[in-house]
Design a protein around this ligand. Sequence first.
Ligand code: HEM
Ligand code: HEM
Length: 333
Amino acid sequence: MKRWTNQILFALLGIAFTTGWLAFFYDSAPSRWSLIVHATSGYAIVALTPWKSVIARRGIRRRRPGWWLSLALTVSVITSILAGIVHSTGLLLAVGDVSAMEVHVGAALVAVPLAVWHLAARWIPVRAVDLSRRNLLRTGAVMAAAAATYASTEGLMRLLPLPGAQRRLTGSYELGSLQADALPVTQWLFDSVPVVDSGTWRLELRAGGLRRWTYAELLAFDDRLRATLDCTGGFYSVQDWSGVWLSRLLPSGVSGSSMHVRSITGYDRRFPLREASQLLLATRLGGVPLQPGHGFPVRVIAPGRRGYWWVKWVTAITVDDLPAWWQLPFPVQ
Ligand code: HEM
Ligand code: HEM
């Protein structure tokens, strides 16, 4: 039982981590499919607690070097699971400015180095007997129980009903839709809101040649778009944006594969060039110029893409021949 428990935990942690990130990658059905597997692996980890706690108690008594790191791992995994459940059910969505989803992902990130250490320090080599029929049956039973738990929490949330019944397929909750003032301000990790002087600011567009657009020139456009901003922090908001379709700023017949969009903060994302007609460079939210926190003077509106694609405080756009996938799947700076 001991070897099996640890090996299954190993697989489950890997699945939970991978499917969590995969869900952040999509704004559509694959996000939900990924989250069904994600929640099931999370509940399966919970289901193994009775067996793992026997192993853990014995291990703690032996006081092997670094046993307290294993305790830190336990605390971070439990924190992540609890925050995941309070988020999904909607029982507690935020404490102050910190959302349950941020705690959930933050605790999971803290768990990664601890889990790597734990595996290296407590590794037991896999043997042929580990793949016995009995172990496979046990694994099947744990996974079935976990999937049933996921299905029943979803059903129960609709019956009661709990706020979780209202969340989007990405797991995010509606917040302040069509009320520009109620749109929360979020930015990538440690970026702070830059103050931009719109008189001297220029959008440097390199597509063939270089063209510098002034704020006044961009403000003259009034292309409109209603779009859903679904933030990986756990909320989404439908808002009316206006500005200019990126394709209208590009010279006709421009050639290249992708567009590199850079913010004043250094934050950047790369989009396929063929998407230029679906990306709005917004100067207004709800009919009035953007607030600094929402990306003043200009931000990207990328419908169908999660919030981390909606680059704020845009300062440069470059069309080149690099493929659109030539970037990290998630921004790190
Ligand atoms: C949810 C993830 C996990 C948590 C929270 C966890 C927690 C713990 C704790 C608290 C201990 C006792 C302290 C110690 O000996 O350091 C321990 C021991 C141990 N763990 Fe884990 N663990 C996890 C996953 C794993 C995995 C994936 C493996 C192996 C593939 C593993 C293998 C072991 C082994 C071999 C021991 C030593 C038991 C002994 O010395 O008697 N653990 N674990
Ligand atoms: C230690 C690793 C992790 C574990 C054990 C874990 C476990 C869980 C659990 C138990 C839930 C509640 C599921 C439900 O009741 O529907 C959940 C929700 C969620 N997790 Fe994780 N998680 C982990 C890491 C991550 C990571 C790294 C991400 C993203 C980068 C992530 C994204 C999500 C999302 C988006 C939800 C909301 C799902 C929904 O509302 O349906 N998780 N997680």
